[in-house]
Every structure is written in C-alpha cells, then in structure tokens.
Design a protein around this ligand. Sequence first.
Ligand SMILES: Nc1nc2c(ncn2[C@@H]2O[C@H](COP(=O)(O)OP(=O)(O)OP(=O)(O)O)[C@@H](O)[C@H]2O)c(=O)[nH]1
Ligand SMILES: [Mg+2]
Length: 256
Amino acid sequence: MSTKFAGVVVVIPAWNEEQSLPLVLRDLPPVDQIMVVNNASCDRTAEVAVAGGAHCITEERRGYGSACLRGLAEIQTGIAAGQPAPEIVVFLDADYSDHPDELPLLLAPLLAGEADFVLGSRLRGRREFGAMPPQSRYGNWLACTLMRWIWGAKFTDLGPFRAIRYSELSKLGMQDVDFGWTIEMQIKAVEAGLRIQEVPVSYRRRIGVSKISGTISGTFRAGIKILSTIAKYACQTRSHSRHPTPEKDIDIVQRS
Ligand SMILES: Nc1nc2c(ncn2[C@@H]2O[C@H](COP(=O)(O)OP(=O)(O)OP(=O)(O)O)[C@@H](O)[C@H]2O)c(=O)[nH]1
Ligand SMILES: [Mg+2]
C-alpha cells in the first residue's frame, strides 16, 4: 500500500463514465479526498463512484467546466464548514485516458515547493496509437502556438491531468463552464505569475463512448470554444497592458 498524499484533493468530472471510472478510482494512489462530480449522467456513474470510495456530488448543468467549478464550490463549502483547505487540487478525467498511477509525477514539484501549477503533457509523454487523433494534436498545437505568441508561454499541451496549489487556484477566478476551462487556467496561471512546470504523462485510448475528439461536432465545438477563450483573454490582456507582447518567453520548466 503506497503512502497517502495528505492535503491533496482529486476532482474527477464524469459524464456517463460507468465503464471507465472504476478503473480510474482503482489506480489512483491514496489522497485525502477523491471527489467525483457526476455531470447529470444517465448511467451508473454515481453508483460506481461511491462503490470506488469517492465522494460523489452531482452537477445538473452540463459542461466540463461546470463540473470542475462544482468541485471547487464543494471544496469552499467544506472550508466554510470548518474542514482544512486542501494544499493541492488535482484534475483528472474519468475516461481512463490518463494514467492515474502517474499522480506522484505531477505532485513532486508542488510538494518540493518548486512549482505552483504542474501540467501533465501528453505530447511529451508516451501515447497509445490513436489515443490523440490528428485533429486533437493539431488543436493543441494551434492553441499552444497562440499562447506562445500572445503570452510568451511555452506550453506543449492543454492536457486535463493537472495539479495546482489550492491557494493560487482560488485566486484565479475560474469561470468557463465548458471546454475553455483548461486553457483558461493556463492563461490565468501565466498572467498571475505562477511557477509552472510541465511533466510528461502517458495517454491511452479512452474507455467508453468518445464525446469530443472522436466526433466531428464535438471536435468543432471544443475547437471554437478554445479559440474564443484565447481571443477573450488576449483582448483583456491588450486592454490592460500597453505592452501586450511579452518581451521574453515565460519559463515553463519542462521536467523529464
Ligand atoms: N464531453 C463532456 N465531458 C464531460 C462533461 N461533464 C463532465 N465531463 C467529463 O470530462 C472528461 C473529459 O471529457 P471527454 O469526453 O473525455 O473529452 P475528451 O477527452 O476531449 O474527448 P474524448 O475522450 O475523445 O471523448 C470526462 O471525464 C467526461 O466524463 C460534459 O458536459 N461534456
Ligand atoms: Mg477523454
């Protein structure tokens, strides 16, 4: 039995993931709390979450960001009721594409006090053939290229498996209720001057029905959402700063 990561809460947004969620929960190392946000599923997602030892809450409003925001609201409610604030919040998808047993890789720089935000990069890690279809890789590349041009930030991915210091996350003012959530966090982390690191993570084909990258409409909607999120924050940056183009690259430490 591995040692428990104290002060760590894992938030898992889940929409109809009864097949994959038990495997995610099985492979996660012990943490203070695993919070599954059941996003109005019509399968047995809630039952398998509880059976797997997770704290399960329901968010009726659909959308990836809605589920993540609900997880944050639940943490705030706990703190208001006297529970200690978590030190680190981890986000992880419920579809078993990421490898939950790689959690220690994400936590290491945070626990060592070397980073405030650690992003799992699928582009720098091992990917099963077909796990990230070409449109998904292209979308990531485009978004990361735009972030580099606009904010000088050298990300390689918008991966969902990520860990962030709760004290910093709670100050970012996260808002997006959809698939703009991941890039919003990255942009706001850069603008807030957080110490950011990327670590390579493995990625495999999802279990269950693909909702985004495996469908044309899902890919299109996610792409539009990500680009419009970049445009929104780029306009805000421009209106707040007389020097919108950073003079030097923002250092995102790449750990191997
Ligand atoms: N698509 C979608 N996913 C949601 C929603 N709410 C929660 N989720 C969860 O968010 C995670 C990411 O969604 P995925 O559907 O895996 O998106 P993706 O990884 O970009 O694409 P595919 O795996 O190819 O479908 C999964 O754990 C979903 O169950 C929602 O409203 N829409
Ligand atoms: Mg997925």
